[in-house]
Ligand binder design. Structure first.
Ligand SMILES: Cc1cc2nc3c(=O)[nH]c(=O)nc-3n(C[C@H](O)[C@H](O)[C@H](O)COP(=O)(O)OP(=O)(O)OC[C@H]3O[C@@H](n4cnc5c(N)ncnc54)[C@H](O)[C@@H]3O)c2cc1C
Length: 238
């Protein structure tokens, strides 16, 4: 057993850093360690703004060391296994870190292979995703380039990282097309695997005002199953 901490956090993303900073502020002197292998911390909600030309991609990336709360120990390694019977986490190199309390926040793993052809199609032929740091700038390129035609915004079935991200990308893009005088020339479609515009009903009326103002076509129960980037065709199914 190499070390033991009062609080051990797995993951130095938004959640891990926020939990560490909050505990540190409430309980000064508490012994906290964060297990995180990445040397760059990404502010993922900012990628929506990158896709809309409001932030530069670089604004959303910070050295992990610079966001670690002061006094929190950073263990630069990946957690490989949980050993709750020993109150320990096994690291990728086989060593163990023990804890009194464990907070697990490794985020969601994206399943790019879940849509046939998507991984190959991304980044060219007008196929993009704000869910990738390196592609959000391409979204903004496409939004600026389009003067007429059709732009599809898709949302897969839950669980997804942010239930609002697809719509935010759509409204910000539509706003750009409106301000540059080309909105009437562009067909905007929102194709969601879900059954409603937003899961919290109270927000729907306000969102519908924007849907109508931008002339957006709503399509629910549409599950994107395949993309052919070369021919610019999307396939929907079960
Ligand atoms: C385009 C986009 C827009 C979004 N907009 C919003 C928004 O407006 N509002 C909102 O609340 N959320 C939004 N989100 C969701 C946002 O990603 C989450 O709110 C936030 O990043 C979740 O934080 P997290 O720490 O759980 O995960 P992440 O930020 O993904 O961090 C997970 C961390 O765990 C680390 N990790 C993974 N595996 C291991 C391991 N085995 N061992 C140790 N560490 C590991 C990773 O390296 C990473 O640093 C958006 C997401 C995207 C992609």
């Amino acid at each position: 057993m190499s070390a033991s901490h009062e609080v051990l956090i797995v993951g130095g993303g938004a959640a891990g850093i926020a939990v560490g900073a909050s505990l540190q502020a409430r309980l000064p002197g508490i012994d906290i360690a964060i297990i995180e292998p990445a040397t760059t911390h990404f502010y993922q909600p900012g990628w929506t703004m990158v896709g809309a030309g409001i932030f530069k991609a670089g604004d959303t990336a910070h050295d992990m060391a610079s966001v670690m709360p002061r006094g929190v120990r950073w263990i630069k390694a990946a957690a490989a296994e949980f050993a709750p019977e020993r109150n320990a986490v096994v690291l990728a190199d086989g060593s163990e870190v023990a804890y009194r309390s464990l907070v697990v926040c490794p985020g969601l793993k994206l399943d790019w292979q879940g849509i046939e052809g998507l991984a190959d199609a991304l980044g060219r032929n007008g196929v993009t995703s704000n869910y990738r740091f390196d592609l959000a700038p391409y979204t903004w390129e496409l939004v600026q380039q389009l003067r007429r035609g059709r732009f599809l915004f898709t949302q897969p079935a839950m669980p997804i990282k942010c239930a609002g991200a697809p719509q935010k990308a759509m409204y910000l893009s539509a706003d750009h097309w409106k301000r540059t005088g080309v909105l009437d020339e562009i067909d905007i479609d929102f194709c969601s695997a879900g059954a409603v515009l937003f899961g919290v009903a109270d927000y729907v009326p306000a969102l519908m005002e924007y849907v109508q103002a931008y002339g957006i076509g709503l399509n629910f129960g549409e599950n994107l199953t395949a993309i052919d980037g070369e021919s610019k065709r999307a396939t929907w199914g079960e």
